[in-house]
Design a protein around this ligand. Structure first.
Ligand SMILES: [Zn+2]
Length: 118
């Protein structure tokens, strides 16, 4: 079990294992957030937050939400609204300690155009 926290530690996200890689996506939202996504099954990830600590951003076709800390602003996770056993989620790997995530390879995803890895 690995734990990511926001800067003020009001939110923690627990995942079962180190990711094999993390994704740097250039789509309109990810490039602005500057996040690195580690992907897991939605059911594998547990987000725990202090009362009233989370804020969410939803836009467009409203299929997913981005969860961030209301206090310190760190982006924690994206989640789909429709969740079943196959649903994936993205956890912002920037919120892990560098000792955990520092050696994991970064893959560049062309989310802005082709949805292929570069
Ligand atoms: Zn915070």
């Amino acid at each position: 079990m690995l734990t990511a926290t926001c800067h003020c530690r009001a939110i923690k996200v627990e995942v079962p294992r180190e990711p094999e890689s993390v994704t740097d996506c250039n789509c309109s939202i990810c490039r602005r957030y500057g996040v690195l996504w580690a992907y897991y099954g939605d059911v594998e990830v547990t987000l725990t937050a202090a009362d009233d600590a989370t804020d969410e951003y939803v836009w467009g076709d409203k299929t997913q939400k981005f969860i961030r800390c209301k206090h310190c602003g760190c982006v924690m996770q994206w989640k789909k609204f429709a969740i079943d056993a196959e649903t994936w989620t993205g956890v912002n790997a920037r919120n892990f300690e560098p000792s955990i995530i520092g050696k994991v390879p970064v893959r560049l995803l062309d989310g802005a155009d082709t949805w292929e890895y570069l």
